[in-house]
Write a new protein. Structure first.
Length: 300
């Protein structure tokens, strides 16, 4: 089948999930399952209704979805976010490792608009769906889920337990080769106080963020050009690591939800990297409007 060109303002995420198309479809359409891996509230009555809402949904105070089509391999619905009607579509196909899921989301703002904080709730749709699909993969594997982004809170803090020693987890977060493997992004890192950290590399972002704290195996804090900080705190026992991720220094009236949800999606991948032997990335494609060339590097 010939694939149509992707419209310039559309997101396309393609992932392989560890279950048959029938099981994946059930997880996508069972409201009880949606309330576990997607968000707090969901109501589904096919072929007429597909709705979800809650603090973990952008612009999620009320349901804003309208079902357009559903069959055993496709779900398509209109979703009004910040007053703009978008279209979301799931397509399922068999894969040797389970099910290939392709998510398309129309009418996204550009990467530049997201960085400039002018995108509103639609600016978080890319990272919202990336984290949701990662949690769906873990739900299907009966694994603990990664905390979701609360789009109603100005406290950006999350804790996860990783089945690996703190030294190993810390190294995988500050060594470029390892970071690239689990996050799926090209990155340059200078692992010391005053060193730079640049997603996409120093050619794309010469200044980068700077490490203002760096204690191997225990803690690192990055300060960005706008004064915001991201801290990783690690505490270990019995060969496991409690990782606490904290983002601060932002305007509490305008929390940076797109970036925060992106970090949470990365933490999901970090957990898989350490906990699943010979784990492959679930991702086969990530294509988003205006994403700088060379920032992401998907190696399935």
């Amino acid at each position: 089948m010939t694939e149509l060109p992707q419209p310039p303002n559309d997101l396309r995420l393609r992932a392989v999930l560890p279950a048959s198309p029938k099981i994946v479809y059930e997880a996508l359409t069972d409201p009880a399952a949606l309330r576990v891996w997607l968000t707090e509230h969901a109501e589904v009555e096919l072929p007429d209704r597909y709705e979800f809402w809650g603090p973990s949904t952008p612009d999620g105070a009320q349901p804003h979805q309208r079902l357009l089509h559903a069959d055993e391999r496709t779900i398509r619905f209109a979703w009004t976010v910040d007053g703009v009607e978008t279209t979301t579509r799931f397509d399922l196909a068999e894969d040797e490792d389970g099910t290939q899921v392709t998510l398309t989301q129309s009418d996204l703002p550009s990467f530049e608009e997201v960085l400039a904080d002018t995108a509103g709730a639609r600016g978080a749709l890319q990272t919202f769906w990336s984290l949701a699909i990662a949690n769906l993969a873990d739900y299907l594997s009966d694994r603990a889920l990664t905390p979701r982004c609360d789009f109603t809170s100005a406290e950006l803090r999350a804790e996860v337990v990783i089945d690996a020693a703190p030294e190993a987890v810390f190294d995988s977060m500050v060594q470029p080769e390892q970071f690239h493997q689990w996050f799926g992004a090209n990155v340059d890192i200078e692992p010391y106080v005053g060193g730079r950290f640049a997603m996409g590399g120093f050619d794309l972002d010469p200044g980068g963020a700077r490490f203002v704290e760096f204690e191997p195996g225990r803690k690192a804090t990055l300060r960005f050009a706008d004064g915001e900080t991201t801290s990783w705190e690690l505490d270990g026992s019995d060969g496991k690591t409690r990782l606490t991720l904290i983002h601060s220094g932002f305007d509490p009236a305008n929390p940076p939800y797109p970036g925060w949800a992106g970090w949470l999606g990365g933490i999901s991948a970090l957990r898989r990297y350490h906990e699943l032997s010979r784990a492959r990335s679930i991702w086969r494609e990530v294509a988003a409007p205006g994403l700088p060339e060379g920032m992401l590097a998907i190696n399935p």
